[in-house]
Design a protein around this ligand. Structure first.
Ligand code: ADP
Ligand code: MG
Length: 518
């Protein structure tokens, strides 16, 4: 008889076999359940309160899961599904995590029926392949014109706190923004920035063909609006070279004092005059602008900004085509940038500077307005989703019917092909199809419909008409054709949801041993 051998540290906890599986599955399902009620246009919002009391009100799956501070390792894998979905396509985060949770729930049933984890994994992968093929066959042939793209944008925004009328106008703004940065090859999504400002209704949201900065003029008397502006970006201080202000003057008579002041004034005036002579209309300065210089610049009618961050300076240079200059002596017209207008606008207590029609700029800003911080923040998330879905539709393979229709069609195709699959793997493939039903079922539930009746209706309508979804209209839902109702999602969102949900679920299913060092 040998001595027992300990290979793990004393405080290591270990669960394995069924216990490990069911604990992981329960955790994964719990996370998915947490976001279920937010799915779709009639989904509810969540209020998340942080340790420090910060409040976020949102309907966005990725945001909810990210703020929930989840610790369980398997649960975290579902959070990752949402995060990956957000990074890859920017929308469909709730769909992906709910689907992952349902794949786990189905796996639990399969375990009960003694289907081996490996068989489940194989079956899920097989089903996911069928699902991806089906998605391609569902992509609409329609041209991706503005009208269609607006529907895609609107489908992603409905239920995000924006009213119908607003969603319509916002969708127009979103599509206009994307068209602006659409190149021959691809959409330069990074060139669209969403910037929020409270104090006005959502309907005041506008598209700014340029960039917006959080900067105020260096002097009150400076012009607040300059058209057709020559712009200098200066990486320097417009200040006295030596800080002889702090130095002690040993003056014996008044003439000496005057002379010292005049020398200073002369140096400062030198800066202001140099800018004027070079023909600068607007100057962005990374360093300080001495008060007297600011005043002289104002007298010259020059609009100047001080303490511009390096990042902002770079962005302004990029947008206007300016070269950053390190010394006033070197200032020449060839280094200037250009913009159609530079405007300072006041919003409540803060002022923002708009640089529009920059010579080198492709960048546009969606200037989003909301009555309060919470509204503006949720609007920002909704707009970013909408910008992402339009980009995905254009660059990543078109659009498919929304409102659960794609999931119904995929489930149908997977079930049909399951019949030809041998052995217990068939059960896993069928279970995958059943898991997909969770999306239309949840949409129906969140609209207040009876989920079972709705599913029966959906399948029948799909059978007869080839496409069927849970269309949300005002307060109620009806089974109808999402293409006609204009409910469309990018194919890429569905593709990514299937892939990431399958990956996470199969990964969790394969685990039968959890060793945690505490
Ligand atoms: P996700 O985080 O998955 O994007 P959403 O709450 O944005 O979750 O809901 C997306 C789902 O809502 C998609 O399946 C989409 O097709 C559906 N949807 C959008 N607009 C409508 C509508 N008017 N009627 C029914 N379903 C809709
Ligand atoms: Mg969405």
């Amino acid at each position: 008889m040998g001595q027992p051998m300990f290979i793990l540290a004393e405080d290591t906890s270990r669960t394995h076999g069924r216990d490990a599986q069911s604990s992981n599955i329960r955790a994964g399902k719990a996370v998915a359940n947490a976001v279920r009620t937010t799915l779709g246009p009639r989904g509810m919002d969540k209020m998340l309160v942080s340790d420090s009391g910060d409040v976020v009100i949102t309907n966005d799956g990725a945001t909810i899961l990210e703020k929930m501070d989840i610790e369980h390792p398997a649960a975290q894998m579902i959070v990752e599904v949402a995060t990956t979905q957000e990074e890859e396509v920017g929308d469909g985060t709730t769909t992906a995590s709910v689907l992952a949770g349902q794949l786990l729930a189905q796996a639990e049933d399969l375990f009960e029926d003694d289907v081996h984890p490996t068989t489940i994994v194989e079956g899920y992968h097989e089903a996911s392949r069928i699902a991806l093929e089906t998605i391609e066959s569902l992509v609409l042939d329609d041209e991706l014109d503005d009208e269609l793209l607006r529907k895609v944008a609107e489908s992603s925004m409905t239920g995000k706190g924006t009213g119908d009328i607003e969603a319509d106008a916002l969708a127009k703004t979103v599509v206009a923004a994307i068209r602006h940065v659409q190149g021959d090859e691809r959409v330069e999504r990074d060139d669209v920035v969403v910037r929020t400002q409270t104090g006005a209704a959502t309907s005041a949201t506008e598209l700014v063909e340029g960039v917006i900065f959080d900067e105020e003029p260096a002097h009150d008397n400076m012009p607040r609006k300059v058209e057709d502006a020559s712009i200098a970006v200066l990486d320097l201080d417009l200040d006295l070279r030596e800080s002889n202000i702090d130095a002690e003057y040993n003056v014996t008579d008044i003439d000496q004092l005057t002379a010292a002041f005049e020398a200073e004034e002369g140096e400062l005036r030198g800066y202001a005059d140099a800018l004027k002579e070079a023909g600068v209309d607007v100057a962005f300065v990374t360093g300080d602008i001495e008060d007297r210089v600011a005043s002289m610049l104002a007298n010259h009618g020059i609009l100047a900004f001080e303490s511009i961050s390096k990042d902002d300076a770079r962005a302004i240079a990029r947008a206007t085509g300016a070269k950053t200059v390190g010394s006033v002596k070197d200032l020449e017209a060839a280094d200037f940038g250009h913009a159609e207008s530079v405007k300072v606008r006041k919003f409540g207590d803060s002022e923002l500077t708009f640089i529009e029609g920059g010579a080198a700029a492709k960048a546009v800003t969606v200037f989003a307005r909301g009555g309060t911080e919470h509204v503006a923040d949720e609007l920002e998330r909704a707009l970013n989703d909408a910008l992402d879905v339009v980009t995905a539709a254009l660059d990543k393979g078109g659009v498919v019917p929304g409102a659960g229709a794609t999931e119904i069609a995929i489930a149908d195709a997977v079930r049909a092909q399951a019949a030809g699959i041998e052995g217990r793997k068939q059960l896993a493939v069928e279970a995958f199809a059943d898991a997909l039903d969770v999306i239309p079922r949840t949409l129906a539930e969140n609209t207040g419909m009876d989920p079972i009746d709705a599913l029966v209706d959906l399948r029948a309508t799909h059978e007869n008409e080839g496409v069927a979804g849970v269309i949300s209209q005002g307060q109620t839902g009806v089974i109808g054709n999402p293409i006609e109702a204009g409910v469309l999602d990018p194919a890429a969102v569905k593709r990514e949801a299937i892939e990431s949900a399958t990956e996470a679920a199969t990964m969790i299913v394969r685990i039968d041993d959890v060793i945690a060092s505490n």
